[in-house]
Design a protein around this ligand. Structure first.
Ligand SMILES: *Cc1c(COP(=O)(O)O)cnc(C)c1O
Length: 500
């Protein structure tokens, strides 16, 4: 349904959504700068507020509307039971300054979540503090730095990062004070073993690897890669954002990983970013738990009694987040794990991998496949065939919007030209996968028969191509009301500015 943009001022003097009852205690006047008369706040009724936010919500795509195959981001459906549990007053009404004697329930939940994540990935201990994947990476690399420093090993200045890595990996290494050495991938999409062998040495602090990687492939030499880095005295960090393919099947701790972050907002079905906030717990192997951020929840058993308390690990890298991280996300992820159980989590990964391979098999004749292997939870197509006919991946992504589908990740991984990284996730039915496949095949037909339909897309969205570069360079988040006569319904589309 088309939603008419309403962009004029809604505020009307003296209009109210809520009337506060007269106080039954003596009233104290607010300082003048906090009084309504001096604040430039909108004055609106309840229905104005509801319509405003409902209208805004309809301008965006969401997993609750249709498929969202945004590779590497794991935009799976977030079960509503997570939300119901997070809203229990016993969780939602807590204050972080409460004495732990009054918050034993949530501490128990956090402790259990730490233990479950440690078990799932094969680690000794897990911190729940970091608020995102990138934040978990920073936490993990600071732990690697603290580990070397604790041994007086200060010559290790380099972190190796494969060229297929997510951009946050090199950014994290630099933020933590390291130099980045980029390692190329081989012809099968693994990290190039020979290049690792040549790069490691006494200046290697560690390697940040993503396994399965962002090409959707499990590194066939992971054990050897880890051995080479360990032999040189470095530690291995696993970017665990792509954990959705190996739940209950493989454990990074078992293939030698020292430190890893999880993305609760990817694998464990908590909301992402703007709908979030996120959560990026970090797990470490035996021997590194003393470096974890402070404080950690621990379980104390005394005289048949169990209680939970905060403690600071002895070599801690310090605090990475206010209070205890995004606790509401811990409640949601805990609920998700408990609802699935061990067998259910394994099924999540089996279905995610099956769905991705099904879509790949149906699309492989019409698009270039970047690495011709059985994929994990996602796969990469290249739009190079279509580009030769004058249609770019950006155009095809825009065309998918007309089908009500969020486009896949485009132009990442960087090492595949005109790339589309497609991650259907396990929560899509065969029917919705078929709908996506049909849309992709139709776009491929259009590239051959009527390319202008694709290069002129989208045709059905409220706005056409936005100036994405301009939006980035001159970000303007302030809304300015217009007079109703100025408001243009269905603003004309601006020309696209595709980056080349
Ligand atoms: C999403 C992602 C990240 C970063 O996670 P954020 O929560 O967005 O900071 C890092 N690496 C990979 C492979 C990812 O997919």
């Amino acid at each position: 349904m088309a939603v008419e943009p309403l962009i004029h001022e809604l505020s009307k003097s003296e209009r109210r959504a809520v009337r506060v009852p007269a106080p039954d205690v003596p009233a104290t006047p607010l300082p003048p700068e906090l009084c309504r008369e001096t604040l430039d706040w909108p004055e609106v009724s309840e229905i104005d507020v509801i319509r405003h936010y409902t209208r805004l919500s309809q301008k965006n795509h969401a997993i609750d509307i249709n498929m969202y195959p945004l590779g590497s981001c794991t935009m799976k459906y977030n079960p509503k039971v997570n939300e119901a549990v997070a809203r229990y007053p016993g969780f939602a009404g807590l204050h972080p300054y409460q004495d732990p004697s009054t918050t034993q329930g949530v501490l128990e939940l956090m402790h259990e979540l730490q233990e479950m994540l440690a078990e799932i990935a094969g680690f000794k201990a897990v911190t729940l503090q970091p608020a995102a994947g990138a934040h978990g990476e920073l936490t993990g690399v600071l732990i690697i730095r603290a580990y070397h420093e604790s041994r007086g090993d200060t010559a290790r200045t380099k972190i190796l990062v494969p060229d297929s890595a997510h951009g946050t990996n090199p950014a994290t290494a630099v933020m933590a004070g390291f130099d980045v050495v980029t390692i190329p991938s081989d012809a099968r999409g693994n990290v190039d073993l020979e290049k690792i062998r040549a790069a490691v040495g006494p200046d290697t602090a560690g390697l940040m690897i993503t396994n399965p990687n962002t090409l959707g492939l499990f590194d066939e030499h992971i054990v050897e890669v880890v051995r080479l880095v360990h032999e040189a005295g470095g530690l291995v960090y696993n970017d665990g954002a792509n954990f959705n393919a190996i739940l209950g099947i493989a454990r990074p701790g078992d293939f030698g990983i020292d430190v890893m972050h999880f993305n609760l907002h990817k694998t464990f079905s908590t909301p992402h970013g703007g709908g979030g906030p996120g959560s990026g717990p970090v797990g470490v192997r035996d021997g590194l738990e003393t470096f974890l951020p402070a404080p950690m929840v621990r379980k104390v058993e005394e005289d048949g009694d169990v209680r939970y308390e905060w403690h600071d690990p002895v070599d801690s890298v310090g605090r990475l987040h206010t209070f205890h991280g995004n606790v509401g996300m811990h409640v949601r992820a805990y609920t998700y794990i408990r609802m699935h159980g061990a067998a259910g989590l394994r099924l999540v990964s089996e279905d995610a991998v099956l769905n991705a391979n099904y879509v790949l098999a149906r699309l492989r004749d019409r698009f270039e496949v970047a690495y011709d292997r059985t994929c994990m939870h996602e796969f990469v197509l290249s739009g190079s065939r279509q580009k030769a006919k004058g249609v770019r991946t950006l155009d095809m992504a825009k065309r998918l919007l007309d089908f009500g589908i969020h486009p896949p990740t485009t132009y990442f991984p960087l090492i595949v030209p005109e790339s589309m990284l497609i991650e259907p996730t396990e929560t899509e039915s065969k029917e919705s996968l078929d709908y996506f496949i049909t849309a992709m095949l139709q776009v491929a037909d259009e590239v051959d028969e009527s390319p202008e339909v694709v290069t002129g897309a989208p045709h059905k969205t409220e706005f056409k191509r936005l100036d994405e570069v301009g939006a980035n360079r001159s970000l303007n988040l302030r809304w300015h009301p217009m007079a109703p006569e100025e408001a243009v319904v269905g603003e004309p589309a601006r020309e696209a500015v595709p980056a080349d």
